[in-house]
Ligand binder design. Structure first.
Ligand code: ATP
Ligand code: MG
Length: 364
C-alpha cells in the first residue's frame, strides 16, 4: 500500500512540490461535476474552471470550455449546447468529457503533443464501469497513464492530514453533484457513504421553491446566485434578502420579487437533511475505536458546498462533532491529488488493496 502521507505545515502547499525528482509531465485533475481543477507536478494549480463544454449540437465541434462555456448556459441558440458532461460526479457524456479533458490537459502544457501521466479523482461511490469510463476518457484525451484516486482521500491529503496513520479521520465533501462522507484510516477508506446530492440539488430546490411559492421561473445560474448571496444552513443574526428577477408563470412577464434567507433555508432543507443523514449513517457504521478518534479529531469539511453560511455550525449541532473547514475547500482535492503525484511510481498497477487507487496504461 502506498502511504500518501503529508506531514508538513498546512501553508504554502504549492511550493512543496518543486522537488526536482517530480516529473513535470505528471498532472492531477479533480474532474468535478461543477469545477475541474488542474494541478501540474512542479508547478501547482494551473487551472480551475467550471466543468462546462459548449459544442455544436450537430457536428460536435467544441466552441468553448470552462468559464467561457459557463456564461453560455441557458443562452445558446438551438445549434449550440452548453452542457456539463458530468452528473453526480460521474461521466454522463463520454465524448464531451474527453473533449473537456483534452482542453484541460492542453491548459497544463504548451505543447499539444504532451502525453502526461495523470491522476484523476473519482467519488468513492462510483462503480467499476464508471471508473473505467474516467480512465478511458483520460487515455483518449491523451494521457499516457492514468491512476484514479478517491475524492475523500485526496481531500484529506490536500487538507494536510497524515492519512497513513492508524487514526480514524472523517471527511465530508459536498460538491456540485455528490456529497461524500468517509472515514479514513491507514491510507484507506474504512466506511463511506456517497449520496447523489450536492450544491446543484440545492439550486434546483431553490428554483422549485420560487415556482411554488412565488410563481417565478428562474434559471440555474440565478438559483445558484441566490444560494451564494443569501443562502444559509442555520438562521443568521442578520437575515439577508435580495431582489430576484425571473419570469412570472401566470403573466409571462419579467418580474422581480424580494426573497429572504429564511425562505432559501426552507427551500434547501430536503437536500440538506439527506447530507446530514449520510453523516449519521456513516457514524453509526464506524468501528468504535475509529469513532473515538473522530470524536477527538472532528470532521474535515471540503468541497464548495461546505462554504454555505452556517454549514459547519449545522453539522456540529446535529452530530455533536467538532468540524474543521479545509483551508481551500474548492481546491484541496486537486492539491491532495497533486501530492499523490509524488508517489506515482509507487502506486501499484491494477489497484491497491484498499481500492483507494486504480491504474490504467495507454495500450498503444
Ligand atoms: N460560498 C458558497 N456557498 C455555498 N455553496 C457554494 C459556495 N461556493 C461554491 N459553492 C457550491 O459548491 C459547488 C461546487 O463545489 P465543488 O467545486 O467542490 O464541486 P465538484 O467537485 O465540481 O463536484 P463533485 O465533487 O460533486 O463532482 C457548487 O454547487 C457551488 O454552488
Ligand atoms: Mg468534488
Amino acid at each position: 500500500m502506498v502511504r500518501l502521507h503529508r506531514d508538513g505545515s498546512r501553508r504554502d502547499t504549492s511550493r512543496r512540490h518543486l522537488a526536482p525528482s517530480l516529473g513535470v509531465h505528471d498532472i492531477a485533475i479533480d474532474l468535478g461535476t461543477a469545477n475541474t481543477v488542474v494541478y501540474v507536478g512542479g508547478k501547482g494549480i494551473v487551472a480551475s474552471e467550471p466543468s462546462v463544454v459548449a459544442a455544436d449540437s450537430f457536428t460536435g465541434e467544441v466552441h468553448a470550455v470552462g468559464f467561457e462555456a459557463e456564461r453560455m448556459i441557458g443562452r445558446t441558440p438551438a445549434t449550440i449546447s452548453a452542457t456539463r458532461p458530468l452528473r453526480h460526479g460521474v461521466i454522463a457524456d463520454f465524448g464531451v468529457t474527453e473533449q473537456m479533458l483534452r482542453y484541460f490537459i492542453g491548459r497544463a502544457f504548451d505543447r499539444r503533443w504532451a502525453h502526461p501521466r495523470l491522476i484523476v479523482c473519482a467519488p468513492s461511490g462510483v462503480t467499476e464501469v464508471e471508473k473505467r469510463a474516467v480512465e478511458e476518457a483520460a487515455l483518449a484525451a491523451g494521457a499516457r497513464r492514468v491512476h484514479l484516486i478517491e475524492e475523500p482521500i485526496a481531500a484529506a491529503i490536500g487538507a494536510g492530514i497524515a492519512i497513513g496513520e492508524p487514526v480514524g479521520r472523517m471527511v465530508l465533501d459536498i460538491g456540485g453533484g455528490t456529497s461524500e462522507v468517509a472515514v479514513i484510516s491507514m491510507g484507506g477508506i474504512v466506511v463511506s457513504r456517497s449520496v447523489r446530492v450536492g450544491g446543484y440539488e440545492m439550486d434546483e430546490a431553490i428554483s422549485h421553491y420560487l415556482r411554488d411559492a412565488h410563481q417565478l421561473a428562474i434559471g440555474s445560474q440565478t438559483a445558484e446566485a441566490i444560494k451564494l448571496q443569501i443562502g444559509s444552513a442555520v438562521p443568521l443574526a442578520q437575515e439577508l434578502t435580495m431582489g430576484v428577477r425571473g419570469r412570472h408563470l401566470l403573466t409571462g412577464l419579467p418580474t422581480e420579487i424580494q426573497l429572504n434567507g429564511a425562505e432559501v433555508r426552507q427551500a434547501i432543507r430536503a437536500p440538506m437533511e439527506e447530507i446530514l443523514r449520510a453523516i449519521a449513517e456513516t457514524l453509526e457504521d464506524t468501528p468504535p475505536e475509529l469513532a473515538g478518534d473522530i470524536a477527538r479529531e472532528g470532521i474535515l469539511l471540503a468541497g464548495g458546498g461546505t462554504l454555505l453560511r452556517g454549514l459547519p455550525e449545522l453539522v456540529t449541532d446535529r452530530t455533536g462533532m467538532a468540524v474543521t473547514l479545509a483551508e481551500s475547500p474548492l481546491t484541496c482535492v486537486a492539491i491532495g491529488s497533486g501530492q499523490a503525484l509524488e508517489h506515482f511510481d509507487q502506486i501499484p498497477s491494477g489497484g491497491a488493496r484498499h481500492a483507494t487507487i486504480t491504474s490504467r496504461r495507454r495500450s498503444s
